[in-house]
Design a protein around this ligand. Structure first.
Ligand code: ATP
Ligand code: MG
Length: 338
């Protein structure tokens, strides 16, 4: 997919890096995207979440001009996707879910190949390659065949290759799947640096923690539609799951607390009670007052805010696809406590 060496499209006059309405896509008789709308401000990080097979990669492929939508319209980096795909291509970078790295040539050669595809002059190609290899900590490995790289190194090379053309909008399809925590944190750092430089990042991820860490806005895709959209905090507020957990070491104290607080969830094994709570100061004070007035001394009191896992399970379990099964099952122990 050669891209012309046109300078990145200015986004100053474009309020959004990605603006899509009613995107649709079916394969055979199966509807994958059933009319999705997206609005991603320039210079922000957007995360698309959804169970396996939800259509995340399909959305990325449409927005990055790799496949055509069956319906709907979109502007990416200020250019109409259908009318001017060449300009879209010149302004974006895509790191696919599956690596674009050629294992038989070296990391450096992979980078130079990308520079050629972007029609960078030879000197400029070498300069950009050297700078990116340095930035992605690949200088030592640069002259070795990419097939000898670890998964994390390969992933870093993949993202570095995406940046060769100086894209203004970057699509990262599951950028940290299979990476160890250190490599994952390093990738997050890279994303933050890119955004500081004004780049817009559209990422898909299976790691809710990743969306929580990075994304300004998150959308959850399920059953072909965006079923929720907002900041991580906004999404968390939409689901129940906040609670206060009161733990005892003395079984007698636990039993007497449980007898009085019959509304609380019980975990007899851990000697812990769980009260639904929004975690506000007022609610916490009333729990503490109640414990004091009943003369009960708890050993530990912890506040749990709902996390994105709660959001994900709440939004994607009702119409869960078979692929979502294990995830739904793993939620059971957590649910059982409530
Ligand atoms: N070329 C294709 N031909 C037929 N069906 C396809 C094709 N590409 C994708 N699909 C189907 O479209 C649906 C969505 O696939 P997609 O790859 O977009 O999901 P995803 O959300 O990226 O999943 P994952 O989390 O597993 O990467 C799946 O049911 C998939 O089988
Ligand atoms: Mg995918």
């Amino acid at each position: 997919m050669p891209s012309p060496a046109a300078p990145p499209a200015p986004l100053a006059d474009s309020p959004s890096a990605v603006a899509a309405t009613g995107l649709r896509k079916s394969y055979g008789g199966k509807t994958v995207l059933d009319g999705i709308d997206l609005h991603i401000p320039a210079g922000s990080v957007f995360a698309l979440l959804g169970p396996n097979g939800a259509g995340k990669t399909t959305a990325v492929k449409i927005l990055s001009t790799l496949i055509a939508a069956d319906g709907g319209r979109a502007r990416v980096a200020g250019h109409d996707l259908a009318a001017d795909p060449q300009s879209v291509r010149a302004a974006i970078g895509v790191t696919g879910q599956f690596s674009a790295v050629d294992g038989l040539i070296t990391g450096e050669e992979n980078m130079l190949l990308m520079a050629d595809l972007h029609h960078l002059p030879r000197r400029e190609g070498r300069r950009v390659t050297a700078e990116l290899l340095e930035r992605f900590d690949l200088v030592e490995a640069a002259k070795k065949p990419a097939q000898s790289y670890s998964g994390g190194m390969r992933r870093r090379l993949d993202i570095a290759m995406t940046l060769v053309g100086g894209p203004r909008v970057i699509f990262l399809d599951e950028p940290t799947t299979g990476l160890d925590p250190r490599s994952r944190h390093r990738t997050w750092q890279i994303v933050r640096e890119l955004v500081k430089g004004g780049v817009t990042v559209f990422l898909t991820t299976q790691y809710l923690e990743e969306a929580d860490e990075l994304a300004d806005r998150i959308a959850v895709l399920n059953g072909g539609r965006i079923v929720a959209e907002g900041t991580a905090d906004e999404l968390k507020r939409t689901v129940p799951g906040g609670h206060v957990r009161i733990r005892f070491t003395d079984p007698a104290a636990y039993r007497s607390a449980a007898a009085v607080l019959h509304g609380a969830g019980r975990d007899d094994e851990a000697l812990a009670l769980q009260l639904p709570s929004d975690g506000s100061q007022r609610e916490l004070r009333s729990v503490l007052d109640w414990l004091d007035s009943a003369g009960i001394e708890a050993d530990e009191l912890t506040v749990h805010a709902p996390d994105l896992d709660d959001v994900f399970f709440a939004l994607t379990s009702s119409t869960a696809t078979p692929g979502a099964g294990p995830a739904a099952a793993s939620h059971q122990p957590k649910e059982a406590l409530r």
